[in-house]
Design a protein around this ligand. Structure first.
Ligand code: G3P
Length: 220
């Protein structure tokens, strides 16, 4: 399973890249707004930090506009993945852009039928928004499981499931159990995945016992 960082904050990305856990990055207009930076500058800096795909989202609402913006975004760096919304225009843009060899992440997916359409249009990734579905009282994870089942029924569909809108460590575990190909994760959640109170407690005990030996591993 791949992990993408769901952020436009270069400091967060720079801090986590050395862990080897970051396979790519996703951004969206809200994350760009939160960064307070110029989009092109910010995205190009992010692309230099990772060899993995960096999703950058178009803002045009019509297919032709999305295609133009997508083609422009692809000139920023070779690892740009064009992100388009799941609308009929977005699907038309996906069909044309992927047909011309550009990777496309179709975002704002809230139903299995939408995911089926995105795959038929040739999407590289489909992004179901788990957390936002949970917010409505429905079960976001059920959507991941439905999409997995549908895609597995039709091996000619090559779209990867990118679990998005992840808000908790449980979302990450459940996405992995449901067979999502990728999870895009906020930096704080990625760090929280490594935490366990018994690890901390066990480590403290090991360190106390080690100290009592008066030894050091490296020659003094
Ligand atoms: O990548 C977009 C997605 O992860 C948004 O998350 O928390 O704003 O629903 P959120």
């Amino acid at each position: 399973m791949e992990f993408f960082l769901d952020t436009a904050n270069v400091d967060e990305i720079r801090a986590l890249i050395p862990t080897g856990l970051v396979d790519g990055v996703t951004t969206n207009p809200s994350l760009i707004a939160k960064s307070g930076r110029d989009m092109v500058e910010n995205i190009s800096e992010i692309c230099a930090l990772t060899n993995g795909p960096v999703s950058a989202e178009v803002t045009a609402m019509d297919a032709q506009g999305m295609i133009k913006e997508g083609e422009f975004l692809r000139t920023i760096a070779p690892n740009i993945c064009i992100k388009v919304p799941l609308t009929m225009d977005g699907l038309r843009a996906t069909y044309e852009l992927t047909g011309n060899g550009h990777p496309v992440n179709v975002t704002l997916c809230f139903s299995a039928n939408q995911a089926l359409l995105a795959a038929k249009a040739g999407a590289t990734y489909i992004s179901p928004f788990i957390g936002r579905i949970d917010d409505t009282g429905a079960d976001g994870m059920e959507l991941i499981s439905e999409i997995r089942a549908i895609y597995d029924n039709f091996p000619e569909l090559n779209t990867k499931i990118l679990a998005a809108s992840i808000r908790t460590v449980l979302h990450v575990k459940d996405s992995a159990l449901m067979g999502a190909d990728v999870a895009t994760i906020p930096a704080n959640i990625l760090s929280a995945l490594a935490k366990h109170p018994l690890t901390d407690k066990g480590l403290a005990a090991f360190m106390a016992d080690w100290e009592s030996t008066g030894q050091s591993i490296l020659p003094q």
